[in-house]
Design a protein around this ligand. Structure first.
Ligand code: GTP
Ligand code: MG
Length: 469
């Protein structure tokens, strides 16, 4: 258990119906009662409650006022809930004070709590305590922040499945399988007479099917579905003045990018996150690519190239009113395996639209001919984008659990150790060598659930939380 008692405002700052101050730790109740005047006791003795905290029953709401510790001036009318450990979020004693939600009042109550002996909680410190006190594992702690950050129903669904332990179970199964193999291998070291070549070889297919394949499937789930959590990254690229920013603004339904008829208007990458037909998408408008000596433009073009490589999908915008697509052909060469949709814009200016549609040069890419200005075929373009996104996710079925980047890295490390162990088996290396790799793989799996972790990993996980969570 942690010695200090922490407190923070748990609701977003701003005007609203209710704001909550949360206190957690051994002294949560005594600190809260030192500034709480229950209504039922106000008329008689205000000190009764403070001197007899046993009068407060766990998991029940009490109506009263919060007072300033030094002046006893009433700060707000509140509802106070005391939740006795261990049946609480942090597994410590927790008090929640429900006050009116306004910046000044919540700050004043928090100050009163801090003056009475609590320490200000750091980001994610309540959840960190829930993890350290064994209520949840690290994947569930991360699910909490994912739930808070969920931008779509699918992201929420995935995070909720992590929180309820779906992912934790999966990780535990992997660990158990590896542990079983390790125990058998260690036995073969201790009793070498009973260990034979055949036994060693039987470990190989087990590592393959019970451990490596499920680990690789989880890594693939990150590849396929990480955008459900992080947002699908779609970049709009093309030569200057082709209408990239106009398209960006139409897609995100606001004037996000500056549009002018001067080529080279967009110099930096402009990002906007939206829910696009129910899918979280980050759209990126980029600087037009062309040969230039202008230093500022060159820096912008460099950023466009960086953006291309970080994209899940590229919308390559072409001017339908020109016939020279040399630059676009070069751009396609650098997109590699990233999916591309060709969007021929300014069809309203094109003398011969048929030429574009029939152009063999681009026949292997999905394409659409539009006019942002005249709003032509824009819904058709959206259908194409959504189809391309769903191709990657395979279906709109529930996504279940998806590893995050940290977990995926640990899975990759585990996969490398398992592969190494399998190679050693094939080389008929001594069991002592093979068990080292299996132990390393178990360590990586333990990193995911947080069984084995470092302060650095915990800081990394919990610093992304908001204060009060
Ligand atoms: N006729 C016509 N003009 C368009 C269309 N789409 C955009 N424009 C115009 O083309 C000009 C350039 O548009 P932008 O959206 O700024 O082009 P951009 O590709 O972002 O340009 P840079 O930022 O310079 O690379 C503006 O005057 C737009 O109004 C279209 O479909 N038809
Ligand atoms: Mg632009």
């Amino acid at each position: 258990m942690n010695a200090s008692t922490i407190a923070a405002i748990a609701t977003p700052l701003g005007r609203g119906g209710i704001g909550i101050i949360r206190i957690s730790g051994d002294r949560a109740l005594s600190i809260a009662l030192s500034i709480f005047r229950p209504r039922s006791l106000q008329r008689s003795s205000t000190s009764v409650c403070c001197s007899q905290p046993d009068l407060i029953i766990s998991h029940r709401l009490y109506y009263g006022s919060i007072v300033q510790p030094d002046t006893q001036a009433v700060l707000d009318e509140v509802l106070l809930a005391f939740m006795k450990a261990p049946h609480t979020y942090t597994r410590e004693d927790v008090v929640e004070i429900q006050a009116h939600s306004g910046y000044a009042v919540l700050k004043a109550i928090l100050n009163a709590v801090l003056q009475s002996g609590a320490e200000l909680a750091g980001p994610g410190e309540f959840t960190r305590r829930a993890f350290l006190n064994g209520r949840i594992d690290l994947t569930q702690a991360e699910a909490v922040i994912d739930i808070v950050n969920s931008k779509s129903e699918r992201a929420l669904e995935s995070a909720a499945s992590h929180l309820s332990g779906g992912y934790k179970q999966h990780v535990e199964q992997l660990r158990t399988a590896l542990r079983d193999i390790l125990v058998r291998m260690e036995a073969s070291i201790d009793f070498p007479d009973e260990a034979d070549e055949l036994q060693l070889l039987s470990v190989y297919p087990q590592l393959q099917s019970i451990v490596l394949e499920p680990v690789l499937r989880l890594i693939q789930r990150y590849e396929d579905f990480h955008f459900v959590r992080d947002g699908y990254c779609i970049s709009i690229i093309g030569r200057p003045n082709v209408g990239k920013s106009s398209l960006m603004n139409w897609l995100v339904k606001k004037n996000r990018s500056i549009v002018t008829d001067i080529p080279g208007t967009t110099r930096d990458v402009v990002e906007e996150a939206v829910i696009f037909r129910g899918i979280p998408v980050n759209f990126f408008d980029t600087a037009g690519v062309h040969i230039t000596q202008n230093t500022v433009e060159l820096l912008g073009i460099e950023k466009t190239y960086e953006r291309i490589y970080a994209s899940d999908l590229i919308l390559l915008l072409l001017d339908a009113s020109v016939s020279d697509y040399e630059l676009e052909t070069q751009l396609l060469d650098i997109t590699g395996s990233i999916p591309v949709i060709l969007i021929f814009n300014k069809i309203d200016l094109a003398a011969n639209p048929d030429y574009i549609v029939n152009s063999e040069k681009f026949s292997t890419f999905p394409s659409v001919v539009i006019s942002v200005k005249e709003q032509t075929h824009l819904e058709e373009m959206v259908d194409l984008i959504v189809k391309k996104i769903l191709e990657k996710t395979h279906s709109e079925e529930p996504v279940g659990f998806i590893p995050n980047l940290r977990q995926m890295r640990a899975l990759e490390k585990a996969a490398a150790h398992i592969r190494q162990a399998m190679d050693e088996i094939q080389r008929m290396s001594p069991p002592e060598v093979i068990v080292m790799d299996i132990r390393d793989a178990i360590e990586c799996i333990d990193e995911i659930s947080g069984v084995r972790t470092t302060d650095e990993i915990l800081d990394h996980v919990f610093n992304s939380f908001c204060i009060g969570k």
